[in-house]
Design a binder for this molecule. Structure first.
Ligand SMILES: Nc1ncnc2c1ncn2[C@@H]1O[C@H](COP(=O)(O)OP(=O)(O)OP(=O)(O)O)[C@@H](O)[C@H]1O
Length: 310
């Protein structure tokens, strides 16, 4: 379990993380989502003590990470900064870490097998592809058989097979009862992997919700109605729980009434309809709506697609 309480990080004038509080629980994959520059990596570095918090606290399984007698058994991390000797083999890289942290040699073989690097484990890690490097990073994170795992953008730059592999691995680790915390700037990726979401923007908490809640927000659908008598139709459909907007001539977007209700009322009033179609927001659109004001880097004229920062 990871508990973040009123955590803040300031770099000079810039506030990277701003009074953030949330808890990451065991047994489910928790996605840590936010646009580029939202403060995800900074938060993750503070979890493992690589960055000192300006204020607030963060504990891993009840204690500060550095205060655990065997930290690698508590938490394994894949962070963005790579620290593998280019000339050292994957096997030797893992052996050195295991030897200096009291982890048995057989665990090195186990994690190499687990991440599928057995065929290249004796080759220099400097020649590894991005995907192989990510697998080695994950092997390193899992070396201590930790209760808690954090991974910063693990699918970045991976091919579809690698992405699928990581998704399944994370779900398996969570099903084993571990705490799994994984960052991404892609809602679509998190929708396929996580059961719970912590969303931040400009260092602040925006949402801490089960993924199902996001999905239900996406399901709040509207109905697009096209009619040559849209003004009369709008008057006819108006009501206390009905919202009607119009973005183009002759087209209404109606929420609060079903397709059937709109069709029947129009028919009773003799109003001709050219189109009556359900509209559903995608998860990506819900995420973009939530983070619209928090996107740090945006090209001129890109306001309409703010949040789409992949
Ligand atoms: N060492 C540093 N010195 C100064 N500013 C920093 C430093 N590290 C991060 N920042 C700033 O803090 C903010 C948060 O950065 P961070 O890397 O944590 O965001 P992120 O959500 O992980 O984004 P990304 O997905 O782009 O990595 C950004 O504005 C970044 O420029």
């Amino acid at each position: 379990m990871i508990q973040v309480k009123n955590l803040s990080k300031r770099y000079g004038e810039r506030i990277a993380v701003d009074d953030l509080s949330f808890t990451v629980r065991p047994g489910v994959v928790t996605g840590f989502l936010g646009p580029n520059g939202a403060g995800k990596s900074t938060t993750m570095r503070m979890i493992v003590g690589l960055d000192a918090a300006t204020s607030g606290t963060v504990t891993v399984n009840g204690r500060r990470y550095a205060d655990h007698p065997a930290p690698l058994r508590e938490l394994g991390a894949l962070l963005e900064a790579k620290s593998v000797h280019a000339s050292r083999s994957a096997y030797n890289h893992l052996r050195v870490i295991a030897a200096t942290t009291g982890i048995p040699k057989r665990r090195v073989d186990e994690v190499i097998e687990l991440v599928g690097l057995h065929q290249v484990a004796r080759k220099p890690a400097g020649a590894f592809s991005l995907g192989m490097g990510q697998r080695l990073g994950i092997a390193t994170a899992l070396l201590g058989d930790p209760e808690t795992v954090i991974l910063d953008e693990p699918v970045n730059g991976l091919d579809p097979e690698g992405v699928l592999w990581i998704r399944n691995l994370l779900k398996t680790l969570a099903a084993e009862g571990r705490t799994v915390f994984v960052s991404s700037h892609l809602m679509s990726e998190m929708a396929l992997t996580a059961e719970h979401l912590v969303v931040i923007g400009r260092g602040r908490l925006i949402a801490d919700v089960p993924i199902a809640e996001f999905t239900s927000r996406a399901c709040t659908s509207s109905v697009r109605v096209r009619s040559p008598h849209s003004a009369a139709l709008s008057e006819l459909l108006a009501g206390p729980d009905v919202s009607i907007t119009s973005s183009e001539r002759g087209v209404l977007h109606v929420t609060g009434l079903s397709i059937e209700q709109i069709g029947e009322r129009a028919a009773q009033a003799g109003i001709c309809l050219y189109e009556l179609s359900p509209q559903q927001a995608s998860l990506e659109e819900v995420f973009m709506d939530l983070t619209r004001d928090c996107v740090e880097y945006r090209a001129a004229g890109e306001a309409a697609t703010a949040g789409k920062v992949a």
